[in-house]
Ligand binder design. Structure first.
Ligand SMILES: [Zn+2]
Length: 431
């Protein structure tokens, strides 16, 4: 089972100066920055997924999801995605490079943002090894398997659009002499309708199916979908799970003949999760999760700047505490400061940060107490010292500090590596 990371232009400055919080002199974003697969050996995933909606502006569709500039889009199509992502050469020659439409970007619209012809051309120019037919997300998944006649017209329309697009898409791929492996997108309103959609895609000629709409579904519902699907399709048909947010539960899904799945969650959780920011593989298998130590940059925090403006505290006071907190965790890492002293400095800064918050004293104290418990556990176990990955060896204690993109994304890269290794062990044990 291959783990693909869905690219969201995640790179870091390899020469970032942590002590002064400064980029390397003359650093050019993208050109000097490194993707996770450039910084880590082995690479922390088996392939990359790139969404067309992250790259190309579509007419009449909100722009918020587009991450690439026009120049970047042009370069990606001219040079090919493999070269653009610096994911080529002998090391990555066989790695999957998959394209999809990124259907979430146009989910509010009555029709997908791109036509099958436009998508085939885009995937071909990008040089993807695999490409998903343009689908339209159906949100509900009713495990009571209602018939089509009981469903709202909107859901049925999305089902029909996804099927019609898939038919046209594979016709174009065949006519072009298979420039990439086409993947048929499965959308449905229930496990049974998804199984029916999958069988229909097989009949069109698809050998690889991409199961969509899984993001909001619970683990038991995903099981029901996969049981229905596997029971209906050929054993040799490959399955990809699109946007599999329950990556931590992957060990439950080793029996469905899943060829590949993509997830961003190990990276995202490094800075979006309330407490599971740093992954550490347990010696006996499984993953332990640690909270990162929050030491936000005072001058980049809008709320703190408000506090300074409104005279609630002074900028000097704030920065002094920030520096104290940073020094404390670095000294603790070296062993020159004890746990209680380090906790003292960190808690002091944390408490200071809550000044000017429009919450009751009780709420603030509760939140602080929670933070203290989480941070204490992280400091006691020092997980960053236990990891030997390329990121942690080079960044050291900085990787556990929750602070701006260069630390937070590094922690995300590390999580991808831990997750990838954990997945490989899980698959090995399942054999
Ligand atoms: Zn690491």
């Amino acid at each position: 089972m291959k783990f693909l990371y869905s690219d969201t232009q995640d790179y870091v400055d390899p020469e970032y100066d942590f002590l002064n919080d400064r980029a390397a002199p003359g650093r050019k974003r993208y050109w000097d920055d490194c993707y996770a697969h450039e910084m880590m050996t082995p690479a922390p995933y088996d392939g990359l997924l790139v969404s067309m909606s992250a790259i190309r502006q579509a007419e009449g569709v909100a722009t918020s999801k587009v991450r690439y500039s026009t120049a970047e889009e042009q370069r990606l199509l001219r040079d090919g995605a493999r070269r653009f992502l610096r994911y080529g050469g002998p090391k990555f020659r066989d790695a999957m490079l998959m394209g999809d439409c990124g259907a979430f970007a146009y989910v509010e619209h009555p029709k997908p943002a791109y036509s099958p012809a436009e998508v085939v051309e885009f995937y071909t120019e990008a040089g993807f090894t695999h490409g998903v037919s343009p689908d339209h997300i159906i949100f509900e998944c009713d495990v009571s398997n209602p018939p089509a006649s009981a469903m709202p017209p909107e859901s049925l329309a999305r089902y029909e659009i996804t099927q019609a697009n898939a038919r046209e898409f594979i016709r174009l791929v065949k006519a072009d002499d298979w420039p990439f492996e086409p993947m048929g997108a499965v959308q449905g309103w229930s496990p049974q309708s998804m199984a029916a959609a999958a069988v229909s895609l097989e009949k069109m000629g698809y050998r690889y199916l991409a199961i969509g709409g899984l993001v909001p579904l619970s683990v038991p519902v995903i099981h029901q979908v996969l049981q229905a699907l596997r029971g209906a399709i050929k054993p040799e048909t490959d399955i990809h799970l699109l946007g599999f947010a329950k990556a931590d539960k992957i060990h439950e899904f080793t029996n469905y003949g899943i060829t590949s799945f993509d997830s961003t969650s190990p990276l995202i959780r490094a800075f979006k999760d309330a407490k599971a920011n740093y992954y550490l593989e347990r010696p006996g298998g499984g993953i332990d999760y640690y909270a990162a130590v929050r030491i936000p940059q005072a001058i980049e925090n809008a709320r703190l700047m408000q506090g300074i403006k409104r005279g609630i505290f002074s900028a000097e006071d704030l920065q002094r505490r920030e520096i104290k907190a940073l020094n404390a965790i670095r000294s603790y890492d070296k062993g020159s400061v004890g746990l209680e002293d380090a906790m003292g400095a960190l808690t002091d800064y944390q408490a200071f940060l809550t000044l000017g918050e429009k919450k009751s004293k009780e709420t603030i104290e509760k939140e602080l107490a929670k933070q203290v418990t989480l941070v204490r556990r992280t400091l006691e176990d020092k997980p960053w010292q236990q990891c030997g990955c390329d990121i942690c060896r080079k960044a050291g204690v900085e990787v556990i500090i929750f602070r701006a993109s260069n630390r937070n994304k590094r922690r995300g890269f590390h999580n991808l590596g831990v997750y990838h290794h954990h997945l490989q062990n899980t698959l090995e044990n399942a054999r």
